[in-house]
Design a protein around this ligand. Structure first.
Ligand SMILES: *Cc1c(COP(=O)(O)O)cnc(C)c1O
Length: 471
């Protein structure tokens, strides 16, 4: 790629590309090799000393993985990124690159349940504490949760399922006033919809398993360093980055690497030791996915807006939590941070509670019943009995996760087909209403309680078309 400025679609295809040194392959190869040959004795020594920057062993670096790292860092406007095996691994590496026993994190309560578990159950056992902010729009709640040992803020740009879009600049400013970095999970937005670094966030994590990869085939995660946080402003808070290191000849990470201090530490000391190395094959799939990111996310967002608008008009629906809708309390934040679209993942709530959700979800045919997000295919899930089943009913109600709430990840299919599929769900709800009368073509009348009963009636009288009439 030339040095001139390029648009997102050009960068997602060409960014970070380095010509193949062997055969001139246009598509970077899958370097499925655990280790790399040293030409001679001296080269082995120099690679270990870091004076020759070639590869040694895939846990420490791999050309296929590095290709994706350069591209994601560029798309997110970071200084460098680390590719790992999953989104959870990315969050782990980001946290452990900053925190140690005795430290404290302030996080939004609406974050992904897996990340919440990581903070509470895993990092908690290592002596790292966390407090959750109930209403992330309220900057005073963030400020009030700060303690002398607070070392990071953590939030998601588009949380699911409630779409309570993050005020990135507001929370970043609050974090910076407390002298700590803001780490943001940008999985659901992707850099196509928003680049958090440009709004004040310092470190970005992704589950690349979702929209970045896009096709639901392989897991991945990325940590991106915006290079924006000044670790030397209070060096005593980040001694691992600011004190002399024997391995760096007595310099500190900040002395040696400046704005890249965090990401180099996270790569060389955290990721390479914990070892969540992605398979180069998965990295290849991820890079392939990234090359169409803008096209997919644009369509995902258009489809989601159309589906959300359709849902909002249905009598059985009590609320649609899509920040792209004017009715959303987060619409102003979506307009400010997500001008290209509000993404594809959101929830709607059926008045009929769990029974209605049950009927609805078992009636759709195109939407896949799955706990995944950001697939080209549309996905449907009932959080209260799956992702949030471990919460008490009070905790769920407190987070707006009612028994009738259904989460969608809207895919890139033809939107008319998606709406028709959801209409099946509503037809089933209407059919399930007591008092429905089915009239056979032979004039026979029967009262039926559900759509499946209706179907079996149809089956029982071959040749008869059963016409359902709502009373
Ligand atoms: C899926 C997800 C994760 C975890 O990612 P994995 O790749 O499944 O480990 C983290 N954050 C968000 C917002 C997610 O959707």
């Amino acid at each position: 790629m030339t040095d001139e400025e390029h648009g997102f679609a050009t960068e997602q295809v060409h960014g970070g590309f380095q010509p193949d040194q062997g055969h001139g392959a246009r598509v970077p190869a899958i370097h499925m090799s655990s280790g790399f040959l040293f030409d001679d004795f001296d080269q082995a020594r120099d690679r270990f000393a870091g004076t020759d920057d070639g590869y040694t062993y895939t846990r420490l670096g791999n050309p296929t993985n590095a290709d994706v790292e350069r591209r994601v860092a560029l798309l997110e406007r970071g200084v460098e990124s680390i590719l790992v095996g999953s989104g959870q691994a990315a969050a782990t590496i980001a946290f452990l690159g900053i925190l140690q026993a005795g430290d404290h994190v302030v996080a939004a309560r609406s974050i992904y349940e897996g990340t919440k578990g990581l903070l509470v159950q895993n990092l908690g056992r290592l002596g790292i504490e966390v407090d959750f902010v109930a209403d992330q729009r309220d900057l005073d709640q963030w400020a009030a949760a700060v303690r002398p040992n607070t070392k990071a803020f953590f939030a998601e740009t588009i949380p699911n399922p409630k779409n309570d879009v993050l005020d990135i600049t507001g929370v970043a400013d609050t974090a910076h006033r407390a002298g700590v970095p803001l780490i943001v999970d940008n999985t659901l937005a992707t850099p196509y919809l928003v680049r958090p670094v440009e709004h004040g966030a310092d470190i970005i994590v992704h589950s690349a398993s979702k929209f970045l990869s896009g096709h639901g085939a392989g897991l991945g995660g990325v940590v991106v360093d915006g290079g924006t946080f000044d670790w030397s402003a209070s060096p005593e808070r980040w001694v691992h980055l600011t004190s002399p290191e024997r391995s760096l000849g007595g310099e500190s990470y900040v002395d040696r690497y400046g704005s890249r201090a965090f990401i180099v530490f996270a790569r060389d000391v955290v990721a390479s030791r914990l070892g969540p190395t992605p398979s180069p094959f998965n990295s290849f799939l991820l890079r392939q996915g990234i090359e169409t990111l803008s096209l997919r996310v644009e369509r995902h967002s258009q489809n989601a807006l159309a589906v959300a608008s359709f849902l909002e008009e249905q009598a059985e629906v009590t609320s649609v939590d899509y920040a792209g809708l004017a009715s959303s309390p987060f619409h102003d934040l979506a307009e400010r941070y997500l001008p290209r679209g509000a993404g594809s993942v959101f929830a709607f709530t059926l008045a009929g509670g769990e029974a209605a959700a049950h009927t609805f979800i078992d009636s759709v045919q195109l939407f896949s019943r799955m706990t995944h997000l950001g697939d080209v295919r549309s996905l449907i899930l009932h959080p209260a009995t799956t992702t949030h089943a471990g919460k008490t009913p009070e905790e769920r109600a407190d987070q707006g996760i009612h028994d009738g709430l259904i989460r969608l990840s809207v895919g890139i299919e033809d939107v008319a087909d998606l709406v028709r599929d959801l209409e099946r769900g509503f037809a089933a709800l209407r059919g399930a209403r007591a008092g429905t009368v089915a009239v056979g073509a032979d004039g026979l009348e029967a009262r039926v309680g559900s759509d499946s009963e209706l179907a079996s009636l149809e089956h029982a009288v071959p040749g008869n078309h059963v016409i359902a009439e709502e009373l």
